[in-house]
Design a protein around this ligand. Structure first.
Ligand SMILES: Nc1ncnc2c1ncn2[C@@H]1O[C@H](COP(=O)(O)OP(=O)(O)OP(=O)(O)O)[C@@H](O)[C@H]1O
Length: 357
């Protein structure tokens, strides 16, 4: 069941400017889904979220909640819970007073308020904290109060704008798991904004990757990682080599390409790729899908190591293959790989994917 739908939504802040902050965005979000808008700074994530919240109206396009066209509804009619980066709590008030805020505005009776505050605090694992002052809590606890305050009104949609960015690395990881647990338990459709791809991958049912106001790809974390739509997505999610390779043949679902060493391999490709013999394909190859090949390995690309870094979990090398730098992350690499060594790199064909420019 579709819960939130954006259809050809665009936003231009200045009438005269021809660049749109959000440009023709169409996405559908299912009931109970955890959906993330991911992209670099300035790509239009927050502006998109604010249009869903009703803080901005689109320049064109429609926004639906279920069957309701909410495009021009004011924020208070939309029944959304908001969680921000800076918590936006009242520091001099207690936890319970902060959580009560939305209930007071909605004129919920005092008895019901007390019960619902208790419930919301239990949901975020802060039972018993109701009388604490906000400024006597850690950053992670404050963000959980902000979540409780959003959840207590039982919104139909939760909107979260970089809620973890003020927390240190360890707390971020703990709190992201906590947010996901709370979201699963409450079943609230949630739209989450972040520029952190690891966070998006770890938390989301589906992700919309944005750049320059446009959606570049929508998919599950798995789809986006293994089948990036284009070179931008391949490079923005994790790390990826994007190799330009000559095409020697093609089917609907795969493309045969020739490697620098001369060997030919079949690479997965999206339907309608349109490539044929004589074209050049862009192939995304993640560093962890490249292994060392043996000396007599004809399918390996050979080159000289230009960078080597041992991180414990893997040895990261860069290899100069005919003037192109290829990154590989080697598990159990032989000790003593040196700068300047000539090595063969073997691609794992079933992990490669043809991308659009
Ligand atoms: N109120 C505004 N008036 C004019 N331009 C704006 C306004 N808000 C955002 N913009 C512009 O719209 C574009 C998208 O901004 P937006 O804040 O949506 O990006 P973002 O992806 O959320 O970035 P960040 O992660 O840095 O918050 C940017 O170029 C920004 O400068």
């Amino acid at each position: 069941m579709i819960d939130v739908r954006l259809t050809a939504v665009s936003k231009r802040f200045a009438k005269s400017s021809d660049s749109a902050a959000v440009d023709d965005v169409t996405v559908t979000i299912g009931a109970g889904e955890f959906f993330t808008l991911l992209g670099p700074s300035g790509c239009g994530k927050t502006t998109t979220l604010r249009m869903v919240a009703g803080f901005y109206f689109p320049t064109s396009g429609r926004i639906h909640f279920g069957d309701d066209d909410v495009t021009h509804w004011t924020p208070n009619k939309r029944d959304t819970g908001m969680v921000f980066q800076n918590y936006a709590l009242f520091p001099h008030m207690t936890v319970a007073q902060n959580v009560a805020y939305g209930l007071k505005v909605r004129r919920v009776s005092r008895a019901d308020q007390a019960r619902r505050i208790e419930e919301a605090l239990a949901q975020v694992h802060l039972s018993g904290y109701g009388d604490r002052r906000i400024d006597a809590l850690s950053g992670g606890q404050q963000q959980r109060v902000a979540l409780a305050r959003a959840l207590v009104i039982r919104p139909r949609t939760m909107l979260l704008d970089e809620p973890l960015s003020n927390l240190d690395a360890k707390l971020r990881e703990e709190t992201r798991a906590e947010i996901r647990r709370i979201q699963r338990e409450s079943g609230t459709t949630s739209i989450y904004v972040t520029h952190d791809q690891a966070e998006a991958m770890a938390m989301s049912d589906r992700i919309a990757v944005m750049e320059s106001g446009r959606v570049q790809q929508v998919g599950t974390p798995h789809e986006i990682y293994y089948k990036p739509a284009n070179a931008f997505v391949a490079r923005f999610i994790g790390r990826s080599n994007v190799l330009s390779l000559p095409v020697t043949g093609a089917t609907d679902a795969s493309v045969a390409v020739r490697l620098p060493g001369g060997a030919t391999i079949d690479v997965g490709a999206p339907a309608g790729h349109g490539l044929g013999e004589g074209d050049t394909a862009l192939v995304s190859a993640r560093p962890e899908h490249i292994a060392l090949g043996g000396d007599d390995d004809t399918a390996a690309m050979r080159g000289r190591i230009s960078h080597v870094e041992f991180t414990g979990m893997a040895t990261h090398i860069s290899v100069d293959v005919d003037g192109n730098e290829v990154m590989a992350a080697l598990i159990d690499a032989p000790a003593g790989l040196q700068l300047g060594d000539v090595v063969g790199l073997r691609l794992v064909p079933e992990r490669l994917w043809v991308v659009k420019p």
